[in-house]
Write a protein that binds this ligand. Sequence first.
Ligand SMILES: Cc1cc2nc3c(=O)[nH]c(=O)nc-3n(C[C@H](O)[C@H](O)[C@H](O)COP(=O)(O)OP(=O)(O)OC[C@H]3O[C@@H](n4cnc5c(N)ncnc54)[C@H](O)[C@@H]3O)c2cc1C
Length: 384
Amino acid sequence: MPLTLVRSEPAPSLIDRVREVVDQDLTSQVVAIDRDGVYPEAVLRRLGAAGAFAQHVCGEAGATVAGPTGLMAAIEAMAAVGETCLSTAFCMWCQDALAWYVACSDNAHLKRDLLPGVASGAILGGTGLSNPIKRFYGIEPIRLKARRSAGGYTVKGALPWVSNLGPDHHFGAVFERDDKPGHFVMAIVPCASLGLTLAQSTEFVALDGTRTFAVQMREVFVPDELVVADPIEAYLKRIRPGFVLMQAGMALGLIEGAIRLMEQAMTKLGHVNAYLPEQPEAFREELTLLRGTVARLAETPFDPSDAYWRAVLGARLAAGEATVRAAHGAMLHQGARGYVATGAAQRRLREAYFVAIVTPATKQLRKMIAELDGAGSRGSRCAS
Ligand SMILES: Cc1cc2nc3c(=O)[nH]c(=O)nc-3n(C[C@H](O)[C@H](O)[C@H](O)COP(=O)(O)OP(=O)(O)OC[C@H]3O[C@@H](n4cnc5c(N)ncnc54)[C@H](O)[C@@H]3O)c2cc1C
């Protein structure tokens, strides 16, 4: 009897699954997210179910080891969304950062009880680390202070902007001990904590759909079981390359989206757009180079060397600057169609500036790089 070969369809890849969520659920909502500040919660949960937040943190059978090889997969998933909507891509970064904090810690309780939910999108949340990251590089004072209490810390202070939050969400926070100045502790804080309030007082020019709140903490008790690092120095050095590199997902996605807008405009306007100084082909080459650099760096996120950290900062700086240039290019190529209130090009331009100002912002990156380069040339160590 002749053998009948049954050819089974290959399982869809992570990126196929992410693109399906984008096509089915996100594209139609992009204008509402941008103009009405709609928070794409259902999209985020579906992206989580598709595996977008699990790549960099989950080992076999849901085990919770930080997996360096999965870092680029997390970045690519974010990029596939960022091609269409930066608000959603940024919420993905918030979620990925939260998962990263837990996965990189030694906290068995959080790895067991919180991480699987964060990695699957069942539990959502973000990160309030802009302020401490600016504090550690001498830019602003720390905003959260704590005193040691029985079984934990009592925290007070306020963070002006923390995104991807809600009443049942969680976020990473750093506080300084009142009784030991210079001693910093990091914990994962539930938004439902007693004494914690979320206030939405600011309207942004873009990224308004990211549920960005001012977080006020009035004598909030944070139990030891939620602490991921105490003190923070060695842990911070471990998490920071992944934290920064994952932001490249927003850049890679937005640059791709901007290139497509330039290419679309070519059909009708190519005869005149050809005179613009920056063309889509050049951006595509730049994007390929950037993607390659990020992929290489994402292979070794725990490399402790200054040379590696310098390369991560350089890639992040290049990503932010290329994002703004590409979105500017898309605006010029699209012309008036991009200038209408619901046009994609003007939205992409507003979104692009976020990549350049979210911590570490372009100016902070330049400061960090200048200090590292200066330290190298003087043969001394950089502040870390
Ligand atoms: C939409 C959005 C979402 C964000 N989400 C997060 C997040 O999830 N987690 C997080 O930690 N950070 C978040 N941030 C903060 C962000 O990462 C940067 O810290 C912020 O954009 C400023 O960075 P900068 O280095 O340019 O600082 P600068 O803008 O140079 O200085 C920032 C400082 O300005 C002061 N300031 C406060 N309010 C205002 C105001 N209304 N106008 C002007 N100055 C003010 C504060 O002292 C603040 O620390 C968010 C910011 C935005 C705009």
